[in-house]
Design a protein around this ligand. Structure first.
Ligand SMILES: [Ca+2]
Ligand SMILES: [Ca+2]
Length: 250
């Protein structure tokens, strides 16, 4: 796939917080220090935890990332940090898209394509098959959930094509527009390309994430690849926050 380095660096470098590095012991020490130094009684910024370790207010969202403290507790993520694993994707977005907010490798970076407002972007997907005369066809399929405007990844999808086969002589025909490699013989690497365009979508002030599958089947319907991918759509403004679609928190 093509990694949109400059834009992705903005995503993956622009939202780090220092909070993830603070251990629980350090945080407790800090809170104790605060309480002894200022005599503060205002605990609005802190999760309210009862003696059994449960969150008293199920709609409290201390870090304001869209995930309630109780939800963060159930996932094991940090209610004081919008990005527990420091991979620059917010806890809320990771949970919403079905990933682990505690694992930097989730979602895998090489599955993410970023699309800036007003631009286009593309990614390549490849599969190696042992052809015995089959025809292989790719297909794009958006995955929910939808954004606040009811869009999924199809809202930015332009087209996908069959690009190249290696070695080329193993394939009788590459039908680009139909995402199809006809009559493949032997071990062959098939490359598809998925293209997105911002088009005339309304601009937003936050980063949104969309999921999709790219699936490669032969003419009998047997699946040779089902790749789960992500599209992050970035507003023009630098340091834009991640979109939060649930209010109050989920
Ligand atoms: Ca939260
Ligand atoms: Ca994260």
């Amino acid at each position: 796939m093509v990694w949109q380095r400059s834009v992705n660096q903005r995503v993956f470098d622009g939202h780090r917080t220092g909070g993830q590095a603070v251990t629980e012991r350090m945080r407790l020490s800090y809170l104790i220090l605060l309480s002894t130094q200022c005599g503060c009684t205002d605990s609005r910024a802190l999760p309210v935890v009862d003696g059994a370790g449960e969150i008293d207010n199920p709609l409290l969202d201390t870090d304001g990332d869209g995930l309630c403290d109780a939800t963060e507790q159930s996932y094991g993520s940090d209610p004081f940090s919008i990005d527990t694993d420091a991979d620059t994707v917010s806890d809320y977005t990771e949970v919403r898209l079905g990933f682990d907010p505690n694992q930097p490798a989730s979602p895998p970076r090489d599955t993410v394509l970023t699309l800036a407002e007003g631009s286009t972007a593309h990614t390549r997907i490849d599969v190696t098959v042992d052809g015995m005369g089959q025809t292989f066809t790719g297909a794009f399929e958006p995955i929910g959930p939808v954004d606040s405007l009811g869009r999924d990844a199809r809202g930015f999808y332009e087209r996908s094509v069959a690009l190249t086969a290696t070695p080329p002589d193993n394939v009788v025909a590459v039908i680009e527009a139909e995402e199809r490699f006809r009559i493949v013989l032997g071990t062959t690497r098939l490359v598809f390309e998925v293209r997105f365009a911002f088009g005339d979508n309304p601009v937003t002030s936050c980063i949104n994430g969309y999921g999709y599958f790219y699936t490669v089947r032969d003419q009998s319907g047997s699946i040779y690849l089902q790749d789960r991918r992500l599209l992050f759509v970035l507003p023009r403004e630098r340091d834009a926050p991640w979109c939060v679609l649930d209010s109050p928190c989920r």
